[in-house]
Ligand binder design. Structure first.
Ligand SMILES: *Cc1c(COP(=O)(O)O)cnc(C)c1O
Length: 447
């Protein structure tokens, strides 16, 4: 029928470097999981998928196999005494769904287990962190910033950031008397100098890899410097997922995800999660702020997230291998000026990515020759890849920052951040590789 497999002459001579530790499983998985089995014994999970599939073993009514969608706003008390004890914290139990819900709990347990998998605390015991599920990545970030900052405090961050994060800092948090200082956190000397000169910095916020130039910040080095100045370190791990990068390994205080992206993986729900290593803080102040700010998740979205996470490992393996091949294909293409992918040795942060990630991941961007018109033409000619913002879904999503996400940003301002007129951002999906490459090739060759 109309399908023809494109023979790609470039594939044999591609010049890209695979990370030496590329593999489909985490190495040396010796740590016993902290998850209780039905018989309350610890299960020695040896791999990432087992954790994401069995990472919560809460029992549900009627022997339900899959976590039910607890579509209930409130929970009942048998007696006034029981109600009092739950409010008082003497008895565990749900009260009201803005405060917590069993479907949320199951999703939280899985994400905690994934972010801690194979990690130890400073005493050599399995690392424990606490997750709070939120309505969105933005809501999770708001809880974290509001619970930790007071007027006069400052945030230090990197200039390549998710747009919503940057706007939250510069338009909302500034109204609470919190100032944000943006520098290039890849410049460690500058990072240290900024911390020294600004004793009010309370949080160093890292997003790595970052949007849309796929820049990477060295989590270990920046955390080491930040800790000398007594500041908290927060990492947005959305692009990498815990499968590719576990920031708690480097002693960071908080990790975030927009679960909307790879964790859900199917583009069916908005969600976010905040994880913290200070369990006491998470159970008290962070919980309080989460409840009062009202950014709670909802049972249906939490259910969709739970389903999505079960296939995280196998999806990521396919996303990643497709991305490596796609980057190699694009780098050879005559209509492509430049490819930003941390799996290519030409990327300025190749070494940093190699150090802290298990694989360069599924996000890349590339510059077309011919500026804004060729960018728009290319996008319009795509036949299978989807024209959309967002990322991390099973299908390949392609966007054109100059005409979409960064349309309102002045040209000289965005170019300073590497967002040129011809820049195309790609979240490589898990379709069959030849179909992705065929689509790119036909759209590029007629551009
Ligand atoms: C999408 C995204 C966010 C915001 O998350 P929402 O779920 O849209 O609120 C934050 N950081 C990164 C890196 C993102 O990609």
């Amino acid at each position: 029928m109309g399908f023809a497999l494109l023979v790609l002459p470039c594939r044999s001579k591609i010049k890209y470097v695979l990370f030496p530790q590329v593999q489909t499983n985490f190495p040396a998985l010796t740590l016993k999981s902290t998850i209780k089995s039905m018989s309350e014994e610890k299960l020695p999970f040896t791999g990432f998928s087992s954790v994401s599939i069995h990472g919560n073993q809460n029992k549900h009514p009627n022997s339900a196999h899959i976590t039910p969608i607890y579509a209930t706003s409130t929970f009942t008390f048998d007696t006034a005494q029981q109600g009092m004890e739950r409010f008082d914290g003497q008895q565990e139990g749900y009260i009201y769904s803005r405060w917590g819900n069993p479907t949320f709990t199951d999703a939280e347990k899985v994400i905690e287990a994934l972010e801690c998998f194979n990690l130890k605390d400073s005493n050599g015991a399995p690392l424990q962190v606490k997750a709070i599920l939120h309505a969105s990545g933005q809501a999770a970030m708001t809880t974290m910033f509001m619970a930790n900052l007071k007027p006069g405090d400052k945030i230090l961050s990197h200039y390549s950031l998710y747009g919503g994060t940057q706007e939250l800092m510069l338009k909302v948090l500034n109204q609470t008397g919190v100032e944000t200082i943006i520098v290039d956190l890849r410049d460690l000397e500058l990072t240290e100098r900024t911390l020294k000169e600004n004793p009010g910095i309370r949080i160093v916020h890292i997003e790595t890899p970052a949007n849309p130039t796929i820049q990477c910040v060295d989590i270990e080095e920046v955390t080491r410097i930040a800790k000398r100045y007594g500041t908290l370190v927060t990492v947005d791990n959305t692009f990498a997922t815990p499968y590719l990068q576990q920031p708690f390994k480097y002693g960071v205080d908080f990790v975030f995800h927009s679960t909307t992206k790879f964790l859900n993986g199917h583009g069916t729900a908005i969600g976010g999660v905040l994880l913290g290593r200070d369990i006491e803080f998470m159970n008290t102040r962070a919980t309080k702020w989460h409840r009062l700010l009202g950014g709670n998740s909802n049972p249906f979205d939490a259910f969709l997230l739970l389903q999505g996470m079960k296939t995280l490992e196998i999806r990521m393996d396919r996303h990643c291998s497709n991305a490596v091949e796609t980057a190699a294909f694009l780098e050879k293409h005559p209509h492509v000026e430049k490819v930003n992918y941390t799996g290519l040795s030409s990327h300025p942060d190749f070494k940093t990515a190699q150090k802290q990630m298990n694989h360069p991941g599924a996000m890349l961007s590339f510059e077309l020759k011919g500026g804004i018109e060729s960018g728009k033409n290319f996008i319009d000619k795509l036949k299978m890849c989807v024209r959309a913002v967002s990322l991390g879904t099973v299908d390949t999503l392609i966007s054109h920052p100059a005409s979409m996400t960064h349309y309102g940003v002045a040209k000289e301002h965005r170019e300073k951040y590497g967002i040129t007129d011809g820049l195309i951002r790609m979240s490589v999906g898990i379709e069959n590789l030849p179909d992705i490459l065929n689509d790119l090739d036909q759209a590029l060759s007629t551009t």
